[in-house]
Ligand binder design. Structure first.
Ligand SMILES: Cc1cc2nc3c(=O)[nH]c(=O)nc-3n(C[C@H](O)[C@H](O)[C@H](O)COP(=O)(O)OP(=O)(O)OC[C@H]3O[C@@H](n4cnc5c(N)ncnc54)[C@H](O)[C@@H]3O)c2cc1C
Length: 433
């Protein structure tokens, strides 16, 4: 079976750009043309109107995780027990929420400025569970979320069923005021199409390393050419080690998702003709599910610690898992109703915080989106451009202070530890897949 992302398929094609060839020069080089790299390119172009800015991607631009994600624009994360109001972690949660809200606002501004059509729905989403025991400390969570301005509400039973069209979910916290949904491939394609002429994009250009030359110049080596630049921004997310940066303390994960055909009028009416919605699980390995504006159901219910792509037969196994998850919510859906199944890679850290740093003079990098990179990547792109340009702002300071990804053990201990942790999390999430 083919690994085809439904969002990309529906976003439409765009012209293929050249590969990087020969020996080139630029003022600024950005490696990675996802949300982060593209937003960095926009910000650099706004700040340095005369500069030559080059952005390169190993594959087609705007077709990595930035197009393959579930499209949740995260302004308010589900608070952990230690982050609840009155606990020690609340101060950190408040700072993280201020960053996430700024990031969510940055998405709105990018959409408005570039006129991006991406099915943006500014209507919040649900943290919902099948097993009510998986939604603990409800009162404290509502109080915490509302203390940071989330406009959170608790729903259960019939009231929730009427919102979602399925009785699978038995309890939920709906959370608005910044939380939103979009079609990710359309969003990132919009960022790509809006690049100004001072930005040159090379596709299918695999950067294999960065080396420092004399006189403050840096050379990035591609497979068919190289490019020298004064400043380099590394926006590779899960693939950051490919640039030679091994110190990010982030690790890769591979997720898989499926998108169904549109529901028929009859099915939709049986559903209760509900508004499009998005559900996140309260467990890290629980399912993410959406009912899209064109009445398709998307499910993402696998996440694995791995850096290599799943094989076709492995992907088929993951799709069976998607079918299981779909049928728990909508029993009449079968594997034949799935139109697209795909995978994507994200980068995670032990603390849940990002790596955001000047790696060495002239080289700046960010990684560790931890599953919230639609909004954060949009903000980080601008902030990384500001850091590299020597501009400082309270938000940049705040992001840099929080950027502590946490210690990771060396391999093979990391591999064993991560594998075991994922198994434990899978058991904990088994009612929520
Ligand atoms: C299935 C899935 C669901 C997700 N759901 C959500 C969600 O709902 N909400 C949310 O906020 N986040 C979500 N995420 C995370 C989100 O997609 C990422 O945080 C975000 O896309 C990161 O953007 P980026 O630009 O940093 O990285 P990417 O989009 O990964 O871009 C990195 C780019 O670097 C390129 N590259 C790699 N190696 C090289 C190289 N050697 N040389 C040149 N280029 C290279 C890649 O081709 C890629 O285009 C999800 C991720 C996945 C996989």
């Amino acid at each position: 079976m083919e690994n085809v992302c439904g969002w990309i398929a529906q976003a439409g094609d765009f012209p293929v750009r050249d590969r990087l060839s020969g020996k080139q020069k630029a003022d600024w080089l950005i490696i990675g043309a996802g949300i982060t790299g593209l937003c960095a390119a926009h910000s650099l172009a706004e700040m340095h109107t005369q500069a030559r800015i080059v952005i390169v991607d190993r594959q087609r631009a705007a077709q990595g995780a930035s197009a393959r994600n579930s499209g949740f624009v995260v302004a308010h994360e589900h608070p952990g027990t230690e982050e609840l109001s009155g606990h020690q972690g609340f101060a950190g949660y408040e700072v993280d929420t201020a960053i996430s809200r700024a990031a969510s606002e940055e998405v709105r501004q990018r959409i408005a400025r570039h006129g991006i059509e991406c099915d943006f729905r500014d209507a919040g989403y649900f943290f919902a569970v099948n097993d009510p025991a998986k939604l603990t400390h409800v009162e404290a969570k509502l109080q915490t979320l509302n203390a940071v301005g989330a406009a959170a509400q608790y729903l259960e039973g019939e009231q929730l069923r009427q919102k979602l069209g399925t009785g699978h979910y038995r309890a939920a916290i709906w959370c608005g005021n910044g939380n939103a949904l979009l079609q990710p491939a359309k969003y990132v394609k919009g960022l790509l199409n809006a690049l100004p002429p001072t930005v040159t994009l090379y596709e299918n250009t695999d950067i294999t390393g960065i080396e420092r030359l004399g006189k403050g110049r840096i050379r990035a080596q591609g497979t068919e050419g190289s490019i020298e630049a004064k400043q380099v921004l590394v926006c590779l997310n899960a693939f950051i080690p490919r640039s030679g940066i091994e110190s990010s303390r982030t690790f890769p994960m591979e997720l898989s998702a499926s998108l169904t055909r549109p529901l028929s009028d009859k099915e939709f009416q049986a559903f209760g003709s509900v508004e499009p919605w998005g559900v996140l699980s309260t467990r890290p390995l629980g399912a993410t599910v959406r009912l899209t504006p064109d009445r398709r159901v998307m499910i993402r219910n696998t996440a694995e610690y791995r850096s290599r792509d799943l094989s076709k037969s492995d992907l088929l196994v993951r799709r069976k898992h998607h079918v299981l998850g779909l049928q728990r919510r909508f029993p009449w859906l079968t594997e034949q109703d799935i139109h697209y199944t795909w995978t994507g890679h994200l980068s995670a850290s032990r603390s849940g915080q990002a790596y955001f740093s000047e790696v060495e003079e002239g080289v700046f990098a960010v990684a560790g989106c931890n599953g919230s990179g639609v909004a954060r990547g949009t903000l980080w792109g601008r902030l990384l451009a500001e850091l590299a340009s020597g501009t400082r702002s309270p938000m940049l300071t705040s992001v840099m202070q929080r950027a502590q990804p946490g210690w990771l053990p060396p391999k093979p201990l990391l591999d064993i530890g991560a594998m075991l942790r994922m198994r434990v999390e899978a058991v904990r999430a088994r009612t929520e897949i």
